[in-house]
Write a protein that binds this ligand. Structure first.
Ligand code: HEM
Length: 495
């Protein structure tokens, strides 16, 4: 017993008293890793209850990770970007995600010039003022999609929405000859890769432990390679043309560029389409909310029979936008990671040691009753109605409109924050609220033939480590039924 205790003590990672307080695992060295592998994000939530500190230390594998669960500290971590680095993590992770060869990995590793130029190429064309071309194509395609759904069509809602949104997004960004249009089975291959991407990324015998992901990835890479061969980029959004030119300039081969292309598709596709699924689930499963949302859209965003204005959805439909944000709060508790490049003191309080990782834990911030109010675990459609950052609820779940109850901007982690704030957030909002508005205006989602009710709110895959919004664990079968009086309407989503 005494020897065990001594070994445990000696194996402990050394923690300076100025560092955030440690939460030790009972099994030294590997304990936290085992917990995380077994329970996923739930493990961090469980052990976080052992400390009240705004940041705590998880010692593991001889190193350590700091976990932040406080909005003020999150903001300070984001601000300290000169020593708490995000780009290095991206440059290290991206090649792992897409299976780059050793040469490409080396080229990108710590290549700060590449990262800086990548941001310059990627971020501005996704901005609110510059996204007009993408908006026009997406809205035209979503309109066609909604008009083509058959009255009475039965689908698994998750697969249906994610497939359509993926196809549409690829068309918008890569043009009509995009690999997923040439071979639509690549949509399934893409999602095979995405759904097991964390296992694939570890690099531990992917042909055994992540076979489906690997096969899916390789098929997509092949598709992008062919797309480049036939000069499909001629029709691509200029962001992608410029990114290809940048990769050519620094000596990345066509095949390796095809791999990196999957990295950006990972940003464009899974989150927006998964959230589109959850928002439909959240609205259509609540008849009163559905009626209110329809009324709001009808009053404020339908500008001619069957014509829905996206700017009006964005600017004049506060309930729809609140439901969108609340859907993200409850299904996209994203974690932002930073690598500590130099010892850094946060808020004159905590020392963060060079070489450690800091995580701003969306799963803790989004579930904290002291931030959001006592109904934090419930879906509250009005939580973001008064302020874009949300406001705290009272004991009865009422959402306060008092400025004092406005929630700290860094508490909502759906789009990350600071240096890693999602540059695609305006496009995501455009896609999700527009598609949602068109579907709820055109259809009732009812039980499939032979069933009495829709099995709304499928269980979620909360144990799985994700890099995108949480997925449903079961099918959600619904029947699209045209709403009475709208049978002959041709829907138009207008930019
Ligand atoms: C609701 C949908 C979306 C969610 C929840 C989301 C979330 C995020 C988050 C959390 C990050 C930061 C990653 C990190 O800190 O590690 C991020 C980055 C990024 N997102 Fe999104 N995103 C969404 C949609 C989109 C869309 C539609 C696009 C493009 C059209 C996009 C483009 C990007 C890009 C390019 C980055 C990388 C930024 C960088 O490396 O600096 N995202 N996104």
């Amino acid at each position: 017993m005494a020897i065990g205790a001594a070994v445990t003590f000696l194996c402990r990672t050394k923690i300076d008293p100025r560092e955030p307080p440690p939460i030790h695992s009972t099994i030294p060295f590997f304990g936290h890793i085992i917990g995380v592998l077994r329970e996923g994000p739930l493990y961090i939530a469980r052990i976080s209850a052992k400390s009240n500190a705004p940041i705590f230390t998880m010692p593991m594998l001889g190193g350590k990770s700091y976990v932040c669960r406080d909005p003020q500290f999150a903001a300070l971590i984001q601000r300290a970007s000169s020593t708490l680095d995000f780009d290095g993590i991206v440059a290290d992770m991206t090649p792992r995600l897409v299976g780059s060869d050793r040469r490409t990995r080396q080229m990108l590793k710590n290549n700060t010039a590449w990262m800086k130029r990548s941001h310059e190429v990627i971020n501005p064309p996704l901005g609110q003022q510059r996204m007009g071309a993408i908006t026009a194509i997406q809205l035209r395609q979503f309109s066609e999609f909604v008009n083509q759904v058959q009255d009475g069509q039965e689908v698994d809602l998750f697969r249906f929405i994610t497939t359509k949104v993926t196809a549409s997004t690829m068309r918008a960004f890569y043009g009509p000859r995009n690999p997923f249009a040439v071979d639509p089975s690549l949509i399934g291959a893409f999602w095979d890769w995405e759904s097991d991407i964390v296992a694939y990324m570890t690099g531990i015998l992917p042909s055994i432990f992540a076979q489906k992901a690997r096969n899916g990835l390789e098929r997509c890479v092949e598709g992008f390679d062919k797309y480049a061969k036939v000069d499909g980029y001629k029709d691509a959004y200029y962001l992608l043309q410029n990114r290809k030119a940048l990769h050519e300039e620094i000596g990345i081969s066509r095949h390796e560029h095809a791999r990196l292309e999957l990295g950006i598709c990972l940003a464009f596709n899974p989150n927006a389409s998964t959230i589109a699924f959850w928002i439909l689930n959240n609205i259509c499963s609540r008849p009163e909310l559905l009626a209110e949302i329809r009324e709001e859209i009808e009053k404020n965003a339908i500008i001619a029979p069957g014509t829905i204005s996206f700017p009006k959805l964005r600017d004049a439909c506060p309930l729809l936008n609140s439901v969108y944000k609340e859907t993200m709060r409850t299904t996209a508790p994203m974690t932002s990671a930073r690598l500590v490049r130099e010892d850094t003191v946060i808020a004159d309080t905590y020392l963060l040691r060079k070489g450690a990782f800091v995580q701003i834990a969306g799963s803790l911030l989004h579930e904290d009753a002291s931030i959001w109010g006592p109904d934090v675990s419930s879906f509250n459609p009005r939580r973001f109605q008064h302020f874009s950052n949300g406001s705290k609820t009272d004991i009865n779940g009422n959402v306060s409109s008092a400025k004092a109850d406005q929630i700290h901007a860094s508490a909502f982690r759906g789009f990350g924050g600071g240096a890693s704030l999602c540059p695609g957030r305006h496009i995501a909002q455009m896609e999700i609220i527009s598609l949602t508005a068109a579907i709820v205006s055109a259809f009732d989602l009812v039980a499939p033939e032979g069933k009495h009710v829709v099995a709304w709110d499928p269980p979620r895959n909360v144990k799985k480590f994700i890099i995108a919004a949480v997925k449903p664990l079961e099918l959600l079968k619904v029947r699209f039924k045209k709403r009475e009086g709208t049978e002959n309407v041709q829907w138009i989503l207008q930019a």
